[in-house]
Design a protein around this ligand. Structure first.
Ligand SMILES: C[S@@+](CC[C@H](N)C(=O)[O-])C[C@H]1O[C@@H](n2cnc3c(N)ncnc32)[C@H](O)[C@@H]1O
Length: 318
C-alpha cells in the first residue's frame, strides 16, 4: 500500500487502510477459490523482465530469450491459471496472450481524449488485469491506480506487474463504491465498461466527480443502445447474456447523465457498433463470446431481442 504515499493529503488514508486490511485478510485465506490465483501470482513474481514496452498495442513484458524453454513452459502454465483472459493482448517472455477483447482497439479510441498525464494521479475503475494501466504507464503518471474488487483479476495484475516492474502502477481490491474515500484526488478517472453495471449510475458519476481534482477529467466508455433519443434500456434480466446489467443508455442519455451529475465540457467523442472483430473466443478465453450473444437470424438484436450493443466514448470535466 506504499502507493498511498503518492496520493494527495485529501485522501482518508486511515479509512482506505481499514478497508484494504479487511479485503487483504479475506483474499489471503487458505481457500481454494483464492489459492488458485494467489499461488500462480506468487510463482510468476519470481521472474523480473529486463525488457518491458507498454507503448504499443501488445504489452510486452520480457523477451523470449530472457528465460529458458522449460522455464517459459512453466510460466505459460501459470499464466493459464488466470484463464479466462478477458483483456489484452500481452506478450510475456515471448508467450503471446490473445485475450477475448482486443483492448488495444479501445485504447486507440481513448488516446485522443487523454490530457497530458506526466506527473498525474489517475484512477482506472474496474481495471481488470491492468491492460490499460500498463498502457497508461508509458504516459509517465505519478501514479495510475486500478480499482478491482475481483481476486482473479487483482492477482493477475499483481503477477504481470511483478514481472514488469512498472513503479508508477498499482491496483487494489477496491470497487467504485470506495471512490468516496478519495476526495479531490485524481487528475483523470477512467470508467470503462462499468456504468451499465451500476443500479444508480448518477450517484456513481456524482461520487466520481467528487473524487476528481478541480479541472480533472473523466473518460467514460459504455455499452450503449443505438439511437439519438436520451433514453436507456432496462433489461428484464440480462443484456447480451450479461447479468448485472441495469441501465444501457444511448450516447445522448449518457451526455445528460454526466451533465446532471455536475460535469461540464461533456463530449461524445466516439461511437461504434460492437462486433466479433473486438470480442471473440480465443485459446486464452474458451467460453462464449460476442457471436453467442447476438441473434444469428437478426444481428441487429441481442439473443434477448434487445437492440444489439454499441459502444460510446465520452469525456467530461469537473
Ligand atoms: C466489463 S469489465 C471492464 C474492464 C475494463 N475497464 C475495460 O474497459 O475493458 C468490468 C470490470 O469491473 C470489475 N468490477 C466488478 N465490480 C466492480 C465494482 N463494484 N467496482 C469496480 N469494478 C468492478 C470487474 O471485475 C471487471 O474487471
Amino acid at each position: 500500500m506504499d502507493y498511498l504515499d503518492r496520493l494527495p493529503a485529501t485522501v482518508r488514508r486511515a479509512d482506505i487502510e481499514a478497508v484494504l486490511r479487511d479485503r487483504h485478510q479475506w483474499a489471503g485465506q487458505q481457500k481454494k477459490g483464492f489459492l488458485r490465483y494467489r499461488r500462480p501470482a506468487e510463482f510468476l513474481a519470481r521472474f523480473r523482465a529486463e525488457n518491458v514496452d507498454c507503448s504499443e498495442g501488445v504489452v510486452h513484458i520480457g523477451h523470449a530469450d530472457e528465460v529458458s524453454p522449460p522455464i517459459r513452459q512453466q510460466i505459460k502454465d501459470q499464466l493459464k491459471a488466470f484463464m479466462p483472459w478477458r483483456k489484452g493482448p500481452f506478450s510475456v517472455f515471448g508467450i503471446e496472450i490473445d485475450a477475448e477483447w482486443r483492448s488495444e482497439r479501445k485504447w486507440r479510441r481513448v488516446l485522443p481524449a487523454l490530457p497530458d498525464l506526466s506527473g498525474a494521479v489517475v484512477a482506472d475503475i474496474g481495471c481488470n488485469n491492468g491492460y490499460y494501466l500498463f498502457r497508461l504507464s508509458s504516459h509517465q503518471p505519478l501514479l495510475a491506480l486500478g480499482f478491482e474488487p475481483s481476486v482473479h483479476h487483482y492477482f493477475c495484475f499483481q503477477a504481470l506487474n511483478a514481472m514488469a516492474g512498472c513503479t508508477n502502477l498499482a491496483a487494489d481490491l477496491l470497487g467504485v463504491e470506495q471512490i468516496g474515500l478519495f476526495p479531490e484526488t485524481f487528475d483523470l478517472v477512467l470508467l470503462m465498461g462499468i456504468i451499465y453495471h451500476r443500479s444508480s449510475p448518477i450517484d456513481a458519476l456524482r461520487d466520481i466527480n467528487a473524487a476528481l481534482k478541480p479541472g480533472g477529467r473523466l473518460i467514460v466508455e459504455s455499452q450503449a443502445i443505438p439511437g439519438d433519443d436520451p433514453i436507456a434500456l432496462f433489461p428484464q434480466k440480462t443484456y447480451a447474456k450479461v447479468p448485472g446489467t441495469y441501465f444501457v443508455p444511448t450516447g445522448a442519455c449518457l451526455v445528460n447523465w454526466l451533465r446532471r451529475a455536475g460535469f461540464s465540457a461533456v463530449e461524445l467523442f466516439d461511437a461504434h457498433p460492437m462486433s466479433s472483430a473486438e470480442q471473440r473466443r480465443t485459446e486464452w478465453m474458451v467460453f462464449e463470446s460476442f457471436e453467442d450473444f447476438i441473434d444469428q437470424s437478426d444481428p441487429s438484436k441481442t439473443v434477448e431481442g434487445y437492440p444489439a450493443p454499441w459502444r460510446v466514448f465520452l469525456s467530461a470535466e469537473k
